[in-house]
Design a protein around this ligand. Structure first.
Ligand code: ATP
Ligand code: MG
Length: 180
């Protein structure tokens, strides 16, 4: 399974429709500061169900919608589609290609699509769970996150190990159970 294409329209700095083709293996995106490299990573997180505006480097969810520039007016909708190559069936769904779409309107209305059919956020989360690409996995390491690991306190670092080893889930469940 690998990500073969990212289509965006109205997402952050990508006002126009843009389609990025990726190859299996390593792909590199290069460009000057502020040209939108990190916005591409944000787009991937966003489609996979990210709800934390801080992780998406904004202050409200609407910040993912293109907000205009000197030469262009703001748009009303952000849309991103990820296309996964799934010949090896790593994604537990009977398709050799899987597309996942997320849309957000300025009105606050939002939609998820799986292979172009409306679905719930939960369906997307469940599809990617245990594939190494889930929201909680370390498949996307943000700028500054490596530094954070090196400078973090031992307790915080412990949490990362707990998460990576799958222990955190059980700790969370234990805490939930103790609350009851
Ligand atoms: P660096 O090399 O410094 O890390 P980068 O290529 O990763 O830069 P990004 O952080 O991806 O750059 O892009 C930042 C740019 O995206 C800024 O110019 C910012 O104004 C623009 N941007 C972010 N959100 C929006 C939005 N909603 N509408 C329009 N532009 C946006
Ligand atoms: Mg960046």
């Amino acid at each position: 399974m690998f990500l073969k294409q990212i289509e965006m329209k109205g997402f952050k700095s990508f006002a126009d429709s843009i389609c990025i083709e990726l190859e299996q293996g390593i792909n590199a995106v290069v460009g000057p500061n502020g040209s939108g490299k990190s916005n591409i990573a944000d787009a991937i997180r966003w489609v996979l169900g990210e709800q934390s505006v801080r992780t998406l480097r904004g202050s409200k969810m609407e910040d993912v919608i293109f907000s205009g520039s000197n030469s262009r007016r703001a748009v009303n909708r952000a849309e991103v589609t990820l296309l996964f190559h799934n010949e090896d069936g790593k994604l537990p769904i009977e398709y050799s290609e899987v597309s996942v779409t997320r849309r957000l309107y300025r009105s606050g209305e939002s939609e998820y699509l799986l292979n172009k059919k409306p679905c719930r956020r939960k369906d997307i989360i469940e599809l990617f769970l245990d594939t190494g690409l889930s929201k909680q996995a370390f498949s996307i390491i943000g700028q500054g996150q490596v530094e954070e690991v090196l400078t973090s306190k031992p307790e915080e670092r412990r949490m990362m190990f707990d998460e990576a080893s799958g222990v955190l889930k059980y700790k969370e469940r234990k805490r939930e159970a103790e609350k009851k």
